[in-house]
Design a protein around this ligand. Structure first.
Ligand SMILES: [Zn+2]
Length: 428
């Protein structure tokens, strides 16, 4: 019998259906969603509207969306975060800061499944404004920054490269003035104040590439980070400071880069008996963090394999992207993730290290997950099966049968990369 109560229920149902109709701009359906922050590892749909993740659920009807993408047999994960890149690209030859050794973020990010790149110290307090104006504000990729303790960041010698103005050149008293070796220009207070003024973009301090014997640069970096309350990333290359001393000086939440490096300038994390050194384990227990920072020379299987066997895992998969590493064994963060899959790490653990772990470490909990309300930064990945070679810095390789490939990258709900036209219309 049709009663008033029935009518009310009908109206409520109609109202809910009406509200739900076409409320999404895009639904990604049937994908295997891995979102370590929210403990999600199952087949789910994701509804996106106005660039924001609105719903993650077992079933979201396609009728409710302007567009649907079928991600069947693919992994749907938060947009990847590369915590170690060099993207202060510019016209200066042979340097990283405002130079050609850096990579243009948008040219590389989305095709690699990356929506956030963290630049590791290519700029310092002097040239950060140029980086922000020319690159960060003009890029579609979200770019965050570790500010180098050296005023001009990774500028080589600015006298030669024209990075300083007339006034500086007139006052030059040393061939190191204002370059990345100039201790006087490593100003903790100025570094901290530029961080505080730009705390939406700058998330930490970087120390590295110092070739002298002093530990002052290291101390200044820690001092700046203490004032600004941010982490420090340590890009070794501090030949006069042993790895043990470096780790002892690092605080909880600071990050060691090039963890699996095997070069003369620094001790390795693995000792002669194939064990992880005690002081490395002690630092990890104390809360010091370890990034892969693959780069051109930073990743050696003779370190990474025994380390993983002993349970010593990296916290993050920073690539140390630059003009050189991208064409060597590093290739992209996906290649690093594939290496670890083939070395035996689980998919969940691999995704964690490229999404939620870096977000937590840089204190940006608004990214790195698929939480409702977040920007819809999403990567859709396929896992290829075949016979693949993965190369390290020493020219050795492992053969593996798994390889990740970026199918689709969304930044704030907009398709930025679509390898096989998942979002394209079929020709009739
Ligand atoms: Zn680097």
């Amino acid at each position: 019998m049709f009663t008033l109560k029935n009518l009310n229920l009908f109206l409520i149902f109609f109202w809910i259906s009406f509200c739900d109709a076409q409320i999404y701009d895009l639904i990604i359906k049937n994908g295997h969603v891995i979102d370590p922050k929210n403990n999600i590892d199952s087949k789910l749909d994701i509804g996106i509207a106005d660039g924001i993740i609105k719903k993650v659920s077992n079933h979201i009807p396609s009728e409710n969306s302007k567009k649907t993408i079928n991600a069947e047999d693919m992994y749907v994960v938060p947009g990847l975060i590369d915590i170690h890149t060099h993207v202060f690209v510019g016209g200066t030859p042979d340097v990283f800061a405002n130079g050609r050794n850096s990579v243009a973020a948008d040219n590389f990010s989305f095709r690699s499944g990356i929506t956030t790149m963290v630049d590791a110290g290519t700029s310092g307090w002097r040239n950060f404004p140029t980086f922000k104006k020319n690159v960060i504000d003009k890029s579609e990729t979200r770019i965050l920054v570790f500010l180098n303790i050296a005023g001009n960041g990774m500028s080589g010698n600015p006298i030669l490269t024209g990075l300083v103005d007339e006034e500086y050149i007139t006052n030059i008293t040393s061939d190191k003035k204002y370059n990345q070796q100039d201790i006087v220009d490593m100003d903790a207070k100025k570094t901290a104040s530029v961080i505080k003024e730009n705390n939406d973009v700058i998330i930490g301090v970087k120390i590295g590439h110092y070739e002298g014997k002093e530990i002052i640069p290291f101390e200044r970096a820690i001092e700046a980070a203490n004032i600004a309350n941010v982490p420090v990333i340590v890009e070794c290359h501090l030949p006069e400071l042993s790895l043990e001393n470096q780790l002892n000086m690092m605080r909880m939440g600071d990050i060691l880069s090039h963890t699996y490096e095997n070069v003369d300038e620094r001790e390795t994390v693995i000792d002669e008996d194939g064990k992880v050194r005690d002081y490395v384990i002690k630092a990890k227990k104390r809360g010091v963090l370890f990034d892969v920072s693959h780069g051109g020379y930073g990743f050696w299987f003779n370190q990474a394999l025994p380390a993983l066997k002993k349970g010593f895992k990296p916290d993050t998969f920073g690539s140390d992207l630059h003009k050189f590493s991208m064409n060597k064994g590093m290739k992209s963060i996906l290649n690093i993730m594939s290496k670890y899959l083939n070395m035996g790490m689980s998919m969940n653990d691999v995704i964690l290290r490229a999404t939620w772990n870096p977000a937590k470490i840089i204190k940006r909990k608004d990214i790195g997950s698929l939480s409702v309300g977040n920007d819809a930064d999403i990567s859709v990945l396929s896992l290829l099966n075949g016979n693949f070679g993965f190369v390290d810095a020493a020219g050795y390789k492992i053969i593996g049968d798994k390889k990740l490939q970026t199918e689709l990258t969304l930044k704030e709900g907009v398709i930025k990369w679509d390898l096989n036209g998942l979002g394209a219309k079929k020709i009739k």
